[in-house]
Design a protein around this ligand. Structure first.
Ligand SMILES: Cc1ncc(C[n+]2csc(CCOP(=O)(O)OP(=O)(O)O)c2C)c(N)n1
Ligand SMILES: [Mg+2]
Length: 318
């Protein structure tokens, strides 16, 4: 990865962070409805992972999807407008926080039912294999999703049919208020792949360059026809499960410990220590992102709501 690309990773992580911080404020002001799950703390995963894909590789994820949308190339304006339920949003204001999508950018959503998008990912990969296309489907999900039948059915069939899928678990240590150890027989999700004779790896998900390296190798191995693989990224969400989570299931000391391992701080330190950017230049990136996010808020607030007729559009495919 060249210097420009490494700097872009920094910009992208800061953009995701600030956009969500601003989103949280707007939520508190009552401008955003429904559930909203922040990705803060996990930015290195989507940023490093999606930097490793080719544009024709598909990405699909669960409801913690704002960062994934940005990494797939959806603009801050469209993400913010979607959060506010505006017609200019990436899902025309009808999806909201949990259902960001743009198939033109090969981002297949944003899915709210835990684990339900894994069989969809498998189906997309089956379609690609059948049509002899060379793309890889990257399917992201949480640790909690791996305790659900969907996970085992989809991962099993992907191996039986040797499908081009990269399964990516973001192990952030909790599924809502339940710690991994309380719900999963094994605390490393990578181990679960062994039951399906599938290669897997557990990688530090707080370091964007480690995420990128592991993802690049995995995407290319899958593309080469070696069959599906599973990557587990160890990460942590700094905020509650969703807005309004009282967080009684974890101690603030634990959160603080992980915050010392902030993915943005880690990459910033790397860039400065390796003289790829000065602190001043990175402060300028931070300032530019603040403007970008403010513009996105203005764009979203000035945008129209979807009309009543819009309710009936895009319900069925032609
Ligand atoms: C089938 C189903 N069961 C329960 C829920 C409620 N629920 C929403 S998120 C969640 C936790 C999932 O945890 P994980 O997969 O680790 O993802 P994370 O929230 O940590 O990103 C649960 C149980 C749901 N949305 N769908
Ligand atoms: Mg989780």
């Amino acid at each position: 990865m060249n210097k420009k690309e490494q700097l872009e990773l920094y910009h992208e992580m800061v953009l995701i962070r600030r956009l969500e911080e601003r989103g949280a404020e707007l939520y508190q002001q009552g401008k955003i409805g429904g559930f909203m799950h922040l990705y803060i703390g996990q930015e290195a995963v989507c940023t490093g992972l999606i930097a490793a894909r080719e544009p024709n590789d598909r990405v699909i994820t669960a409801y913690r999807d704002h960062g994934v949308a940005i990494s797939c190339g959806i603009s801050a304006n469209e993400v913010m407008a979607e959060l506010l339920g505006k017609a200019t949003g990436t899902s025309k204001g009808k999806g909201g926080s949990m259902h960001m999508a743009d198939t033109s950018k090969n981002f297949w959503g944003g899915h709210a039912i835990v684990g339900a998008h894994l069989p969809i990912a498998m189906g997309m990969a089956l379609g690609d294999k059948y049509a002899q296309r060379s793309n890889v489907t990257i399917c992201m999900f949480g640790d909690g999703a791996t305790n659900i039948g969907f996970f085992h059915e989809a991962v099993n069939m992907s191996k039986v049919w040797n499908l081009p899928v990269l399964w990516v678990c973001e192990n952030n240590e909790y599924g809502m208020g339940t710690a991994v150890d309380r719900a999963s027989a094994v605390s490393s999700i990578a181990v679960k792949a062994r039951g399906y004779d599938m290669p897997s790896e557990r990688v530090d998900g707080m370091d964007v360059l480690k995420v990128y390296e592991a993802s690049r190798k995995a995407v290319e191995a899958v593309r080469a026809g070696n069959g599906p693989m599973l990557l587990e990224f160890t990460t942590y969400r700094f905020r509650g499960h969703s807005m309004g989570d009282p967080e009684r299931y974890r101690k603030q000391d634990e959160v603080k410990k992980w915050q010392e391992n902030d993915p943005i701080g880690i990459h910033r330190k790397y860039l400065v220590e390796n003289k790829l950017a000065s602190s001043k230049a990175l402060d300028e990136v931070d300032a530019k992102v603040m403007d970008e996010v403010e513009q996105a808020v203005q764009f979203a607030e000035a945008s129209p709501e979807p009309t009543l007729e819009d309710l009936y559009a895009d319900v069925y495919a032609d």
